[in-house]
Write a protein that binds this ligand. Sequence first.
Ligand code: HEC
Ligand code: HEC
Ligand code: HEC
Ligand code: HEC
Length: 498
Amino acid sequence: MNSRLNQPVFWRFLTVWVGLIGLTLIALVGGLRQEAKGQVEPTKPLPKVYFGSQACASAGCHEKGQVANPPLLCRGDEYDRFKAHDRHGNAYKALIGELGLSMLKRLKLGEPQKAKACLACHSVNIEKEAIQHETFQIAEGVGCVVCHGAHEKWVGAHSLVLSRASFRVLSRDKKENEFGMTDLWDPAKRTALCASCHIGNHADGKFVTHEMYAAGHPILPGFEVATFSEQMPRHWQLMREKVPGVQKIQGYLGHEWEESQLLLVGSAVALRESMRLLAKQAEYASLKGEMLDWALLDCFSCHHDLQLPSWRQEQVRLGKPGRVPPKNWPMTLAEVAGEWVQIKDAVGPLKRDLFEATLSRPFGDTLKVTQAASRLATWADRVAMDLASKPLNTTTGPKLGEHLLKLGLSQPVDFDSARQAGWALTLYRNEERALIGVKRPQWDSLLMETNNRLALQLPFGRATNPSERNKEILAKQYAFEPLAFLRWMQNAPNAWKD
Ligand code: HEC
Ligand code: HEC
Ligand code: HEC
Ligand code: HEC
């Protein structure tokens, strides 16, 4: 009886040891052998090795909390959180569900496990020369190493008893450049990674085409990295949540506005990535003499019911009435972020060029779109670097809220752009409350109403059916009227005064 009761503990320790021995071997064959010979060559790309999520969990490391002596940098229960809630682990299942299979059929893409156009975002397209570790399974969808880095060198070095203490204190740059562990703390790097799937990336072959939408793909919502990170939901702790011992190792100064900083840098990087995708797709279309893929334009300019009179006719827009503009949301937050660091050359003319290039001819002048989008991408990159070099601090942080109010309060914007404002203000407000405890009862109640109008919560958790949530969001999107929303934002009693 007793021994049976003890079995799970026994098995757990056995797996810990088997896991650790396995990882020791990995490290011996891989990274550390090079280390010993002093052959670290950061310029040479590290070989790709795809581990399955089990490799991170089964050594007793990222499952069921910490087994080693604290302070470790993390809580050690990331796999459990991921498995219970994170939709990334469902991403491959989406392809073999009813909707996914019917899409594959309509698009004539064949078997899900070979549909590269989908796997790029719903799992991973393994490079020819890459090694698949025995734990790897395509069915795990977007697994740990897709985000954290598919390289054995860091996987071995950070977990091995012999090397992990010295690995822990290395700089993030070293961990990334010499060991291949992606630096996801860095706001710009994190956003670029998330955006590659949530916006699209030409070089990686990640793009939801209009054809895919027409075959049934849910509409990709506008992206805001800090909110999306919260809503994954987060399997990691923010710096301010960590125990003091870890804060010390990580050089935390206290009262850092880390999420608002991520919001600002992320907004510029999201614009950059959107514009790079648009520029590349436009270039491609122009070479082939085709038109721009409609997925890059504002969906709801084409997809809405005819209404007379309608708010669309009240809008004063560039170009001829009835032409389809590019998506607006990537520009809204980035523009406000650019003003925050007072980037000298204004984004106004660049934005105007892009709208003109898109509206001057039906479905856009692809050559001009390429040029205008590239220039906007360059601008956004500069803003991102500038923001990164001036992190929010105890003086500037508390002032950001008033600045963000420019969003959504000055001109009528579409649903996706209004959501950027709603997400940004909510995120800022939560961090402000946590860090300095300022009370703003008006803001808080207005934000609750904003949440109501804009459906700020994304499809959440593995248990929910995303298509139900997406239907709710879509209904709000169709009912949304920019001018009415603007009037509400401006006229709500004592709006945004406290
Ligand atoms: C650029 C990245 C990208 C590509 C390419 C892509 N998807 Fe998706 N897909 C997503 C994202 C992100 C979501 C989540 C959207 C949301 O609900 O907010 C999603 C959602 C879905 C869903 C609904 C989610 C669920 O759990 O039911 C299905 C089904 C789906 N995709 C199928 C496909 C198929 C089939 C293909 C290939 C034809 C494909 N996707 C290509 C990124 C992509
Ligand atoms: C969609 C991308 C993504 C996936 C998939 C993912 N992570 Fe993460 N993970 C992040 C981000 C972003 C952070 C926060 C930045 C950081 O700590 O590097 C993070 C942080 C962590 C941390 C640090 C925790 C802390 O409190 O500081 C651990 C450990 C971790 N992840 C383990 C895992 C494991 C194990 C898996 C798979 C079961 C996984 N991650 C899957 C994006 C991802
Ligand atoms: C390799 C592609 C990929 C990367 C990288 C990626 N995601 Fe996702 N993400 C997806 C797919 C696909 C889904 C939809 C899965 C489903 O519902 O079946 C998704 C779903 C989500 C969801 C659930 C809500 C929704 O709209 O579906 C959030 C939140 C999210 N991702 C945030 C992030 C963040 C934050 C990062 C970066 C740290 C990130 N993702 C990186 C592909 C990716
Ligand atoms: C330039 C105009 C235009 C733009 C922009 C556009 N579409 Fe379409 N879309 C069409 C046309 C035309 C059809 C085919 C007519 C039909 O099947 O109803 C279509 C068909 C569809 C369909 C299948 C039919 C339906 O109504 O369910 C979906 C879904 C769809 N588009 C989604 C999108 C999404 C999502 C976007 C933005 C990412 C978008 N479209 C952008 C014009 C456009």
